[in-house]
Design a protein around this ligand. Structure first.
Ligand code: KIV
Ligand code: ZN
Length: 390
């Protein structure tokens, strides 16, 4: 089994989301919880961006004892020096530096040439290596970078000391097989690739970030950059909880992570509350509906054997127990189950009558609650002269 390193960028790429800005205390609290969760690398911020972010990276560096603490910089000497300065108390400091390598970036952003960008890429790694021997290079927009040129850049930065090479699909453009082929191309065409860890950093513009990251790992990447709840620029980044549970569910992939999955839901709630960013209800693993069953067919199967409709148990990911939600699409078995949970004992004939009454309410309400059920049940018991619930 190969370990996939989990690089969490909730505090950097995640925090770039409008409205998700955190103060230093909040960042430290989240960093400590991320360490407890078991992430290998915490990208704590972008120190040159503001005095507040510098201070957050510095304080996180002091507080974190096990994980690597990483700071972002552009391929600019001052950025790198500032990142190194902010990391000075880190037990395991990493400088993450890099530059755009796609022709879009080279021409439109830098008004430069491939040759010039290659030199700047080498230079930024050399600067960073003056401060730490843990240097990660990112080839921004690698997803849309010509593979031959990308391989040249990656070979050059490894030669001057990059120990991790990040291949971001910055715009979330790639299809999973294309992203996987890109990683395989680097594995096969960069002569010194065995001297560095390949990292996936995928954005979710087409909803493919998680699939692309897994495809990257299948093809040789051994680090995945991700965020809690998939937060990040625009449509977000690869979601940490999805990657971890895919690896856990599909043992045949031959991977494992150091993440304690039972902490995934508490961590998701903490990030959502602290960043004031709700999680979509149907979000995999951590959404409020991830373990809710509402249609009659599903409820009937689930009540007979949970495995019919759940591939993960909620306990495994620290979620509340599975829920049977009663709606107009629910069936008799779910209704009988809920009456039983509420302490009512009814025969099948009773449930048939009660089901008709339930449907009348359900057609008007989105979800039928316990109070509605108690009302139906006790008026039925009264009318039929049945024993009332105590
Ligand atoms: O998406 C991206 O390319 C990035 C880099 C700065 C790593 O976030
Ligand atoms: Zn990014």
């Amino acid at each position: 089994m190969d370990k996939i390193l989990i690089f969490d960028t909730t505090l950097r790429d995640g925090e770039q989301v409008p409205g998700c800005k955190l103060n230093t205390e909040e960042k430290i609290e989240l960093a400590l919880q991320l360490e407890e969760l078991g992430v290998d690398v915490i990208e704590a911020g972008f120190p040159i961006s503001s005095p507040g972010d510098f201070s957050s990276v510095e304080k996180i560096s002091k507080a974190i004892t096990k994980a690597t603490v990483c700071a972002l910089s552009r391929a600019v000497q001052k950025d790198i020096e500032t990142a190194a300065h902010a990391l000075k108390y880190a037990k395991r400091p990493r400088i993450h530096t890099g530059i755009g390598t796609s022709d879009f970036h080279i021409k439109s952003k830098f008004n430069s040439t491939r040759e010039e960008i290659l030199k700047r890429a080498e230079q930024c790694v050399k600067w960073a290596r003056n401060f730490t021997d843990d240097v990660e290079f990112y080839a921004e927009d690698a997803g849309r970078t010509d593979n031959e040129y990308l391989a040249k850049v990656i070979e050059a930065v490894i030669k001057v000391g990059a120990t991790t090479v990040n291949i971001p699909d910055t715009t979330g453009y790639c299809l999973p097989h294309q992203y996987g082929e890109k990683i395989a191309y680097l594995k096969n065409n960069v002569s010194n690739i065995d001297k560095a860890v390949i990292s996936c950093h995928c954005h979710n513009d087409l909803g493919l970030a998680t699939a692309n990251s897994i495809s990257g790992a299948i093809n040789g990447a051994r680090q995945i950059e991700c965020t809690i709840n998939g937060l990040g620029e625009r449509a977000g980044n690869t979601s940490l909880e999805e990657v971890v549970m895919i690896i856990k569910q599909h043992k045949a992939l031959g991977f494992f992570t150091g993440i304690d999955a039972t902490k995934l839901n508490p961590m998701s709630r903490l990030v959502s509350d602290t960043m004031r960013m709700p999680v979509q209800p149907n979000k995999a693993i951590v959404g409020s509906n991830a373990f809710s069953h509402s249609s009659g067919i599903h409820q009937d199967g689930f009540l007979k054997d949970t495995l019919t409709y759940e591939i993960i148990s909620p306990e495994e990911v620290g979620a509340d127990s599975s829920k049977i939600v009663l709606t107009a699409r629910s069936g008799r078995s779910a209704l009988a189950y809920r009456f039983q949970k509420l302490g009512y004992e009814f025969y099948r004939n009773d449930v048939d009558v009660l089901y008709e009454r339930f449907l009348k309410i359900a057609d008007h309400k989105k979800v039928v609650e316990d109070e509605d059920l108690c009302e139906i049940a006790s008026s039925y018991q009264k009318a039929e002269g049945l024993m009332q619930k105590a």
